[in-house]
Design a protein around this ligand. Sequence first.
Ligand code: SF4
Length: 497
Amino acid sequence: MLDTKGYRVGIIGRPDWKTDKDFLKLGRPRLYFGVTSGSMDSMLVNYTPLKRERAKDPHVPYHSGIPDRAVLVYANRIKPLFPDSTIVLGGIEASLRRFAHYDYWENKVRRSLLLDSRADVLVYGPGEKQAQEIARRLDNGEDLLGVPGTCVVRRELRAGFSVIPSYEEVSGDSAKFCEAQRLFSNRRQLAQAHAGRYVLQFPMPEYTTADLDWIYGLPYSRHVPPGFSEFALARFSVVTHRGCIGDCSFCSLALHQGDRIVSRSEGSIIEEIRRLTRHPEFKGHIDDLGGPTANMYGMDCPAPCPEGRCLPCKKLDRSHSRLIRLMKRARAVPGVKKVFVRSGIRYDLAMESREYLRELCAHHISGLLKIAPEHVSPRVLRLMNKGRDRSAEFRRLFKELNRGRRQQLKGYYMVAHPGTSEKEACELARHLEKLEREGERPVEGVQVFTPTPMTRSTCMYRTGVDPITGEPVYVPRTFAEKKAQKWLLEKSGSGIA
Ligand code: SF4
């Protein structure tokens, strides 16, 4: 993207952080070092929810090739080597650690990554506009203060900023931690004190359909370098939109990509698919046509309100009509044999359109549709902000629409989320047992809740309080209890590995 704008860009992929060698490879950049750990937080990549090192896990050994707290490690390697260079942090790890945050792996509140890394500026959210603006300013010798979608550290608090509780306050006081949680927003100028200095957040720039069309319309090589084989499965994927209106408490997507949908134009997506068909290694399969939640394409807000609560909004177009049209056009592109939809769907929203589900099942899945009811207990679902359990209704509809076809429905469930005592865990286990007895094999995966930075659920985990209602929340914290909850589901015979 920067290259298209006339800048020269060098990439040092997965540098060896134990020595300086890789960091010296390209010399001193004229404008800046951009540091990211990739599309997931390095601690999530390197550890299981029970804090076992994935690399040492006998069941799923996985060597990520990146260090723990990769952004911090890389930035701290660069700083002494190039003390005068500008360091820009970005990616999901930086984005969600922009303010003081609870770190599950250390079980403590950590400072903003900006302070610990000594970087000059932190980009949060998708960073294309920010990266360009930072390059332009540095090229012109301008200050980096005030770039939309970034945070910086300054000694003075500036006018117009809403002050959220300080690092010192959120570290020691649960009520202050909850207060900070309630104030997080990508739309506000926010300031948080850390020992007399302020982390200043400038609101996210607006990303429009035209922006996304331009970004995804660039001529990416789709080349998967050696050692990055995990990308091969998504090599010919097509992104249709950004953002999610689901607002699940355990998910940080809204504070990264945004809580409104911005969709690409149909023309831009179809053009990208046409280009893929000309790729020498394209075999006719689009690996995924989707976004954070596949069936939110086209649900852009027609008249954005200040806070954005799209899912319950009466004005939201739930017809899926834009998506249905896109799916039909995508699979009709000459050279395309199959367009898969592998991104998750919000099943409750999908139920609003039988036509969408019919299209999806008939043409875009291969024998299996995965949904994420997460739980059945009304109390847990309320804390997750997932609405009531409608999975039985969905199951009936799925069966009806797939009569005569061999299609299966499987679900993802979460154990040990705040609010899940033994009672709620048993409720879920009994529900799954019942489905099993009725001849369903309902479970695709069970995950143990992981408290990741900046989510409401993490706030509940840290404080034992629901930050929205102020009610106390039961929190399963010990490994023994988390394992027991998982074991209950395994015992229920639902085929969980
Ligand atoms: S629907 Fe999915 S992407 Fe959206 S908030 Fe919920 S978990 Fe996150």
